[in-house]
Structures are given as structure tokens and as C-alpha cells.
Design a binder for this molecule. Structure first.
Ligand code: ZN
Length: 625
């Protein structure tokens, strides 16, 4: 450990081998000054323009206010926890805090201050990353308890030259449990000359015991407008002209991270096509980032919302040829839908500088035309679509499919209307009818069903089908017998007054006698209930569930239902209500078509030709194996 912290200065020849990676506090080593003019001439913008004071720090006003107050009142916490996404300024803030704590002012007499002078020896050493008392450790590479013991060991020594030793631990959530435990003891009773500044992108991985010992600051993502203004200042300082739209694209892509944004600006400056004096254009940045340019995104939104798939696909192809990633293009549309919805919800946004020019003008016009339900559906479809593109073997094809679907969003009535249309229109309510192909059978089913549903169906004194027998039993409040007729018997033959049944094992032994008694009571006629070993028809319950499955399958093919399923990701058909079906979920049979006729039976004499086919629900039945 010797030599790491300079607490026990070793003669130069005894200094340990330089570590392969950055040392534990490698950056704090008073390194030999770099050979003059040998350093790379170009410093990346993020380093060159790293804020050195709170005044330079953008987008973190709340934190800065609190810190200023703390320094003014002389009540500075002994440990800070800085959290936020990457590149928002956590380590920058940590270094500013280190200078605030140690600045001695230009005259060397100053105390801790929220506005470090930047010229005293302490300020300059910290700025140059070579202050022996300000130590940075990256917990991502040093996670063990031994690494933390080095820190704890170091806290026992007084600072070498400054007032306060500052330990900056980046990505602190990476420390092991033991490492945290070791640290905790020091945090509970910190030596007066020691301060800790922890930084993390994943606060939830930091133990609450550690968290409770720290003053916590949440650094927020920097707003697009703030980033754009920041990048404009830096471009100007670099003597580079940049279109505001170009900087806006970079600011959006940076997603709140100053550092990420500055790396993109670095790239954009380096990639200018026409050389040194050329401005950075939006088209160039869009190409660099694989983005479709803003106007193209608006054009595409216009096309899909107007229901013009051809125009939408042409625009998509152009974007694709320019190198735009179509997944990102959909993400852009998704973001635009969000913006349009916000514009509808908060009309004042139209005059806000938070939104770029295109959003305020074209966006406002689009928002005017589109309803919130349509925007909500577009959002859902795009959200689903963005995911689909990620997993599709052909991203372009997947994106085009999403856009075509989106083009039909305007055709879709709102959900309330859909429900009304589904329930009110007889054609649509006959969803159980075969919808595919519009064959004669299907058409007739719809017509027949509707006609029958309109007829009152009085309790027939002489049931003409087994189903009618079961219904009659239900009317007599013979619930148990009814349940057995539905679930436990297979109809073998229905030839009034003879009914042949094959009972299942759970049917009561006296079923035949009871049924005969009920029928005698209701019809005044003696019925013969014969038991048979022939397989017979499926039970009424089986027929009902098969018919229901058929209705669902057919409903799923209905164009309107398919559109609904597309528009509402995760939606499924719960049940299909067929107004023409009877209590057993079966299409009512034409009264003069004997129910017991086998499927392939010849029509009886005088049968109207349009009823010669058996109802579709029966055609789907499979006899029990
Ligand atoms: Zn200073």
C-alpha cells in the first residue's frame, strides 16, 4: 500500500511499479509533469469544457442552491451521495465540492466556500487532478473489502496539504457487501478532516445503511433546451457555426446527458464535409446519428394520419436510403405522438421555448387535427411496433408493416363506437356465422339466425329436439336432471316419443325414469327413454363449447375484430355473444329440420332447398373417438 496516498513518502526509487490500469487513487498521484507540448493537441469537448464551478454547471439548480446554502451556513455534510444517469455531472460536482472544501482563496486566507477561486494552489491542483488529498476511486474496478480498507486506512492520516481529505468514489453501488460494511463504520464516525463524495447511476443498489449516512442529491437529466443552449455556447467558443436544428438533434439524442451530447458534438465537428468553415447542419447530424431528419418525421406522421400508406412507404424508403435506421424512425414517430399529445393537453406549450420550432408550428397544426383517442391508439401501436422491429428478422419489413397498420388507424372508430357497432348491427352480431369467403352457407346462417332470433320462442308443448327437451326440463326447475341432460348424456336418436340416450357413468340410474315422468307431465304424452350403447352425438355441453370455439375463431377472422386486435396490443376475444344462439350456445335449428338427422342425411321431402345444409355449428362437430 505504501506510496499510494503519499502518507509515507517513499524515496522515488522505492515507488511501486505503476499499476497496469488506473491506480486506486492513481489520478491523485503527483505525477511527473507531462512533457511540454507532447500532449494531444485536441482535448475532447467534455474535458475541455468541464464545469469548474457551480455557476458553470448546467441543469442542476436545486442541488446547487442546497449546496450553496450549506456552505454559507457552514453546515456541510461529511458524506454526499450523488445520483443520476451517466454524463449529468456527478464526478464534476464531486470535484467542485472538493475545491469548495479546500479553496484558500487568492490570498491564501479563505475558508470553505461555494465559490472556489480557481487560482489558489489547492484549486489549481484539484483542477489538474493532482491534489494529494483529493482521491478518486472507481468502484467499478475496485469492488473488494481490501480496496475499501485502503480508504479507511488513509482516513486515519491528516491531510498532506489541504484542510480536508476528500474521497470520491465513483459507481459506489459496485462495492461488495463486505466493502460497504467496512465503509459503514467510518461513515458512522468520520474523522473531522475527511469528506466522502459518492456517485452512482444505480442508487437502489446502495445499502440503505450507507445511504442514510449521506446527504443525497439527485442530479436530473438536463433538459433539451438547456443542452441546446449549452452546445450553442460551446460551438461558438470553438468558432464552429452550427444550425440550431442540428444542435437540437444532438440535444435530443443525448437524452439528458451533457457528456454524451458533447461527444456527439465532437463527432459532428470532426465530420463536417466541407471542411473547417462549414457549419454543422441538421442533415449531417441526422445522418451521423442514423436519424431521419425532423421534417421527414413530420411528413411521415402526416402521411400515416391521413391514411396514405403509399406516401408513408415512399417517405420511409427515402429515409432508409439516406441511412436512417427504421427502428429509430418509429421511435421518432413515437416521440412525436407523445409531443402531440402533450400539445393537446397543455396548449401553452405551443409558445414554449422548450419545444423546437418544427414542433411548435407543424406539431401544433397536427395536434389540432388529431383526437386524443387516435393519438393514444397511435402510441400503443407504435410502442408495440418498436418492439416488433427489434425482434424481426427484417427490420425494414417489420417497420413498414407497422406503418401500414398505422395508416388504418383513422379508419378505426373509437372503442365505444366499436362496441355499439358490434352489438347493434345484425350483420356484425352474427359473428358466429362463417365470415370467410362470404359463401352461401355463411350468408344463409346469418339470415336464418337473425330471423329466428326475432321470433318469439314459446315453450312448445311437444319438444321437437333434444335441446328443446332439455330446455323444457329446465323450465320445470329440474335443475339436477337438466344438468345431467346437458353434461352426462349423448343423444343417440331423437324420434318423438322415443329418445335414445347413452348415459355417461356419472348420470344417475333413474335418469330415464325421471325424464319420462317430466315429459309426461308437460306434454301429457307417454315418452320412451331408451338407453343405448351407441356413441351418439357429443353432449350438449360439448356442442356448446365447440360452437363457442368456432365463433371465436370466426370472430378473430372478422376484419373489424382484427383491426381492434391490432390496435389494442394484448387484447383478446373473451367471448362471442351470438344473439341467435340458444341457451346451450348453439345456433337454433330450423324448426322443421329434424335435429337427429345425421349430418350426411338426405333432405326430407318438401324441404326448402336453402335449408338443406346442416347449420355450420353442427358441421364442425367431431364425433367422440
Ligand atoms: Zn481556490
Amino acid at each position: 500500500m505504501s506510496g499510494l496516498f503519499q502518507d509515507d513518502p517513499a524515496p522515488p526509487e522505492m515507488l511501486p511499479e505503476p499499476p497496469a490500469g488506473p491506480g486506486l487513487f492513481g489520478e491523485a498521484l503527483p505525477v511527473v509533469p507531462p512533457p511540454a507540448e507532447l500532449a494531444t493537441p485536441y482535448r475532447v469537448l467534455a474535458r475541455k469544457y468541464r464545469p469548474t464551478s457551480f455557476a458553470d454547471l448546467i441543469g442542476q439548480e436545486a442541488m446547487v442552491r442546497t449546496l450553496r446554502n450549506a456552505f454559507a451556513a457552514g453546515r456541510v455534510a461529511h458524506a454526499f451521495m450523488l445520483t443520476g444517469v451517466r454524463g449529468v455531472g456527478k464526478t464534476t460536482t464531486a470535484r467542485i465540492i472538493a475545491r469548495c472544501l479546500n479553496c484558500t482563496g487568492p490570498d491564501g486566507q479563505g475558508g470553505p466556500t461555494a465559490d472556489p477561486c480557481g487560482v489558489c494552489g489547492e484549486c489549481r491542483a484539484i483542477l489538474a487532478d493532482r491534489h494529494p488529498d483529493v482521491m478518486e476511486m472507481d468502484a467499478a474496478s475496485r469492488t473488494g473489502v481490501d480496496d475499501v480498507r485502503e480508504i479507511i486506512e488513509a482516513t486515519r492520516f491528516r491531510p498532506l496539504q489541504a484542510r480536508t481529505k476528500v474521497f470520491i468514489v465513483d459507481e459506489v453501488h459496485m462495492l461488495s457487501r463486505n466493502a460497504f460494511n467496512a465503509l459503514l463504520k467510518t461513515l458512522e464516525e468520520p474523522p473531522p478532516h475527511v469528506k466522502f463524495v459518492f456517485a452512482t447511476t444505480e442508487l437502489r443498489k446502495v445499502p440503505i445503511t450507507v445511504l442514510s449516512r449521506c446527504q443525497r442529491f439527485d442530479l436530473r437529466r438536463v433538459r433539451v433546451a438547456e443542452l441546446t443552449a449549452h452546445f450553442a455556447r460551446i460551438s461558438a467558443a470553438e468558432g464552429v457555426a452550427a444550425d440550431p436544428a442540428a444542435l437540437d438533434l444532438i440535444a435530443r439524442a443525448a437524452d439528458g446527458s451533457v457528456r454524451d451530447g458533447l461527444s456527439m458534438l465532437d463527432q459532428a465537428i470532426a465530420q463536417r464535409e466541407q471542411g473547417e468553415d462549414a457549419p454543422i447542419t441538421a442533415a449531417q447530424v441526422a445522418e451521423m446519428l442514423g436519424l431521419a431528419d425532423r421534417e421527414a418525421v413530420f411528413d411521415l406522421m402526416d402521411a400515416v394520419m391521413a391514411g396514405k400508406p403509399a406516401a408513408a412507404l415512399t417517405l420511409t424508403e427515402r429515409a432508409y436510403e439516406r441511412g436512417a435506421d427504421l427502428g429509430l424512425l418509429l421511435a421518432d414517430l413515437l416521440e412525436l405522438v407523445h409531443t402531440l399529445t402533450r400539445l393537446k393537453a397543455i396548449p401553452e406549450l405551443r409558445s414554449s421555448t422548450e419545444l423546437p420550432e418544427a414542433e411548435r408550428t407543424r406539431g401544433a397544426a397536427l395536434a389540432e387535427r388529431l383526437s386524443v383517442p387516435v393519438l393514444a391508439r397511435a402510441w400503443q401501436m407504435l410502442l408495440k411496433g418498436v418492439g416488433e422491429v427489434e425482434f424481426a428478422p427484417d427490420r425494414r419489413a417489420a417497420a413498414e408493416m407497422v406503418l401500414i397498420r398505422l395508416c388504418h388507424i383513422a379508419d378505426l372508430p373509437p372503442p365505444g363506437d366499436l362496441v355499439r357497432r358490434l352489438t347493434a348491427s345484425p350483420g356484425v352480431s352474427g359473428l358466429a356465422a362463417p365470415a370467410g369467403g362470404g359463401g352461401n352457407g355463411g350468408t344463409r346462417m346469418v339470415a336464418g339466425g337473425a330471423a329466428l332470433a326475432a321470433e318469439p320462442t314459446p315453450a312448445a308443448p311437444r319438444p321437437t329436439s333434444f335441446r328443446a327437451v332439455a330446455a323444457l326440463v329446465a323450465e320445470q326447475r329440474e335443475a339436477l336432471l337438466h344438468a345431467h341432460l346437458v353434461h352426462s348424456v349423448h343423444l343417440v336418436r331423437f324420434a318423438p316419443p322415443v329418445i335414445e340416450l347413452r348415459p355417461l357413468s356419472d348420470a344417475p340410474r333413474d335418469l330415464a325414469g325421471k325424464l319420462a315422468a317430466v315429459l309426461l307431465g308437460v306434454t301429457g304424452q307417454r315418452w320412451t327413454i331408451a338407453l343405448s350403447a351407441e356413441p351418439g352425438e357429443p353432449t350438449l355441453a360439448e356442442q356448446g363449447s365447440a360452437a363457442d370455439a368456432g365463433r371465436r375463431a370466426e370472430a378473430a377472422l372478422h376484419p373489424l375484430v382484427r383491426a381492434i386486435l391490432d390496435a389494442f396490443p394484448g387484447a383478446r376475444i373473451e367471448s362471442v355473444h351470438d344473439a341467435a344462439a340458444d341457451a346451450y350456445g348453439l345456433p337454433a335449428a330450423p324448426p322443421d329440420l329434424p335435429d337427429f338427422a345425421p349430418i350426411d342425411a338426405e333432405p326430407m321431402d318438401g324441404e326448402p332447398p336453402d335449408l338443406s345444409e346442416p347449420p355450420a355449428a353442427f358441421a364442425q362437430m367431431e364425433p367422440e373417438p
